[in-house]
Write a protein that binds this ligand. Structure first.
Ligand SMILES: [Zn+2]
Length: 400
């Protein structure tokens, strides 16, 4: 069923909003009979609908076609370190229903898969839609993912290896399943529906417990030969820096992500610094997190503002390095710590202005994520949409 021409036409209708058959033929250079055949097929399937009559070029007014976005649905799943988010959306990624499940401390592989399956059934049931109307399931999974086989190869924070998510879910639900690393899914979501929509070359950086980047070049996800591309959290920014979870020393995330910020606060408190952070965590320093630090910064706490600025400066240096290597049009900052807004964004922009190589690079647009905590979820949905609307999975979001 799926052919190149079909995807080409579908994506053209999607990107134009409404378009006539004649215009499709003109833009795709397909013959009018080919366009008519494929459009008829899409009309029968209910993926496309006929709308109002368009402007006439002298003859009969053409019927405009558009995607029937409310007739089919997609399920998106964001498997995080502590919780799993689920959403069912229409073909414009508008959320129809959503749920969040907290994961138990020591969850097993089987429990994780069972939880995902059970929750999909519940979500579909509550949204009152039939499985026949669901075009696919997209999963944004933290850790290392084999996107071709759909396997979660290593999820460090869940301490799990080799979960064949695609195989298991396709066997259960009989619909296509796409699995991708969470940050790459996030970048795809921002590229289609967020702050990357008007840009071809973007880097989306997730700053939370770890730091990772999803790279999109010429509208395509870039993974590198061994899937390592975008691991900026493990680029070394201080040769004599603290130990990182990867076994190296001085990685960006060991300094600027959640644990690095926490270590900085605890060290400064041991040196006798005054801060309201200790009262915010009731003296339990284990509870110090990016969220608490942001809360303290909002209350004007000097140490909290300092630690956010410090993280921002290291992030800024890493981003300047990244700009000097990839030269993207826009950098999008997402993830938990990005919620600290200007406290973290201002020092990033300042350091990039100091360190990027030329005048244009210094002015690289750096913004917060538009989709915020839904970025990976919408990105997971986009994995399915990209497959439906594009010539191939990773190909351009726009046509022609
Ligand atoms: Zn590391």
């Amino acid at each position: 069923m799926k052919s190149l021409n079909r995807s080409l036409i579908l994506n053209l209708i999607r990107s134009k909003g409404t378009i006539s058959r004649a215009e499709i033929a003109k833009q795709t250079k397909l013959t009018p009979p080919t366009v008519t055949n494929i459009v008829n097929e899409l009309l029968v399937e209910g993926l496309v609908e006929e709308g109002h009559a368009g402007p006439s070029n002298g003859g009969r007014k053409p019927i405009m076609l558009r995607i029937n976005t409310a007739n089919f649905f997609v399920i998106g799943i964001d498997v995080g370190e502590k919780k799993i988010r689920f959403a069912v959306t229409d073909l414009n990624a508008n959320i129809i229903g959503r749920q969040t499940v907290r994961l138990a401390e020591a969850v097993t592989k089987d429990q994780l898969v069972q939880t995902i399956m059970k929750q999909i059934y519940m979500l579909v049931d509550e949204s009152a839609i039939s499985f026949a109307k669901i075009l696919g399931i997209g999963i944004g999974m933290h850790g290392i993912v084999d996107h071709e086989k759909g396997i979660a190869v290593f999820a460090p924070n869940l301490n799990m290896k080799n979960i064949p998510l695609k195989e298991l879910l396709e066997k259960e639900f009989h619909i296509p399943v796409k699995v991708e690393n969470d940050v790459r899914a996030m970048a795809l979501g921002e590229s289609w529906f967020g702050n990357g929509a008007d840009y071809e070359d973007i880097v989306c950086i997730n700053v939370g417990y770890g730091i990772g980047a999803g790279i999109i070049m010429k509208n395509r996800l870039f993974r590198g030969q061994h899937g390592v591309a975008g691991e900026i959290g493990h680029t070394v920014i201080d040769l004599n820096g603290p130990a990182c979870s990867c076994g190296n020393y001085g990685c960006l995330q060991a300094i600027a992500a959640n644990d690095g910020m926490k270590a900085y606060v605890i060290k400064q408190m041991a040196l006798g610094r005054n801060t309201i952070i200790s009262s915010l965590v009731n003296g339990n320093l284990e509870k110090v997190s990016g969220k608490v630090i942001h809360q303290a910064a909002l209350a004007g706490d000097a140490l909290a503002m300092e630690v956010l600025e410090n993280s921002g400066r290291y992030l800024g240096a890493s981003i300047a390095n990244l700009i000097n290597v990839l030269n993207p049009e826009r950098i999008i900052i997402g993830g938990g710590i990005s919620r600290a807004g200007a406290y973290i964004l201002d020092p990033i922009i300042k350091v990039v202005e100091q360190r990027a190589l030329n005048a244009e690079a210094k002015k690289t647009s750096i913004v917060q994520s538009k989709l915020k905590d839904k970025a990976t979820l919408i990105g997971a949905v986009t994995l399915v949409l990209a497959d439906l609307f594009s010539i191939n999975y990773e190909s351009p979001k726009q046509v022609i």
